[in-house]
Design a protein around this ligand. Structure first.
Ligand code: SF4
Length: 375
């Protein structure tokens, strides 16, 4: 049975690759927004199977990577307060702040706990009424409903010692920022399927229209990704710029209206810094006034944060599709997963960690072309 489905997938992949080769007549640059898609592309070698005219660049859709340095430093400051239990997903612990990370703060005595859900953090707050429990709420539209559910649950249960440190961000303003930049190279987008399961894709047609860029909602399996790339290339070659859905088994145009209502009830858009990129207007979410007591930045007045980025890290250029990780002089030398200089090397969704893990040390165009032909 397994053999049959693998054989079928391989046959389909060969078929799509053949169609892609037949379609492409010139060089195109396509950005996959999501870090999960970046890892799947590199893991399955899809970048090497495509014709050399098709360049994939890797977008800012890794929540760990884009959490601003100032907020990482704030998290560390809050975590080191004696009355605080600081909770976070594991990925954030190794993200470098200006002088240390949460992992080393824990080593120095801070109470930092890894949780798998914000509801686990609410439970910790319930069981430790003499402590302040803070959850590091990072993420895109996909995780926002779970983050705000924890606030609603704490409020419903009357738990007053729980708050979130919010680094929730939105995809559409980031697309505007990338496409509107003077050095933009992106000509087509693969939109992140999981974000669209929540938000639908009704926000994207105006972006496609404004910048004349096709956008294809795309999943995460090799076949999904090749289908999304193929549909984007068909539009590029035809001079079209529509928003299409290549992930119909999971995504509808409207998305999950209940989840969107939950977000609208509790959060409002705000300007937000993106690590390495800078301020993107209305690209973040903050808790509405009526939930402000659950906002850790409001509860803990952490000031005097002096941030200092690594001078060699070019992750901001990578997240905008301008450079590739293997063009960074520190890649695999000064910067490795054991000793990361930037968040894109830490996160399981970061482009630099993907290039490290799947050995994309150099872009060998000749080898790329040969492999593509052979498949
Ligand atoms: S390899 Fe390291 S230093 Fe270079 S861009 Fe990536 S995270 Fe930054």
């Amino acid at each position: 049975m397994r053999y049959t489905s693998e054989f079928r997938d391989k046959t389909l992949i060969q078929g799509i690759l053949k169609e892609i080769r037949r379609t492409v007549s010139q060089r195109w640059v396509i950005m996959e927004i999501c870090g999960g898609q970046t890892h799947a592309i590199l893991r399955y070698g899809l970048d090497q199977l495509l014709p050399p005219e098709v360049e994939l660049v890797h977008g800012p859709g890794c929540p760990v990577c884009v959490t601003p340095l100032e907020l990482v430093d704030k998290a560390i400051s809050i975590a080191t307060l004696p009355e605080v239990i600081f909770t976070s997903y594991g990925d954030m612990l190794r993200v470098p702040g200006s002088s240390q990370d949460l992992f080393s703060a824990r080593g120095a005595g801070a109470q930092v706990k890894v949780v798998y859900s914000p509801l686990d953090a609410v439970e910790i707050a319930k069981n430790n009424p003499d402590k302040q429990v803070v959850f590091f709420a990072i993420g895109f539209e996909t995780t926002a409903p779970a983050n705000v559910s924890s606030v609603l649950q704490a409020k419903a249960l009357g738990i007053k010692n729980y708050s979130i440190l919010s680094s929730m961000v939105r995809v559409p303003p980031a697309m505007h920022a990338i496409l509107g930049a003077p050095h933009n190279r992106v000509q087509g987008f693969l939109a992140a399927g999981h974000v669209c399961t929540v938000m639908g894709y009704w926000e994207y047609p105006p972006i496609a229209e404004q910048y004349h860029v096709p956008i294809t909602v795309t999943g995460f399996e090799p076949l999904d990704l090749l289908q999304g790339i193929y549909m984007t290339l068909q539009q590029l070659e035809a001079g079209q710029y529509q928003t299409q859905n290549a992930y119909t088994r999971a995504v509808t145009y409207e998305g999950n209206r209940s989840a969107q209502a939950l977000i609208t009830q509790t959060l409002e858009p705000c300007d937000r810094q993106w690590r390495g990129i800078g301020l993107i207007p209305m690209s973040g979410w903050k808790l509405r006034e009526e939930y402000r007591d659950f906002d850790a930045e409001h509860r803990f007045r952490v000031s005097h944060i002096q941030t200092k980025e690594s001078e060699v890290c070019i992750s901001g250029l990578i997240l905008q599709g301008i450079k590739k990780p293997n063009q960074c002089p520190a890649f695999r030398t000064l910067c490795t997963p054991e000793n990361p200089l930037g968040a894109t090397m830490v996160s399981s969704e970061g482009a630099c960690s993907a290039y490290f893990r799947y050995s994309r040390d150099q872009e060998d165009i000749q080898d790329h072309a040969t492999r593509s032909e052979r498949f």
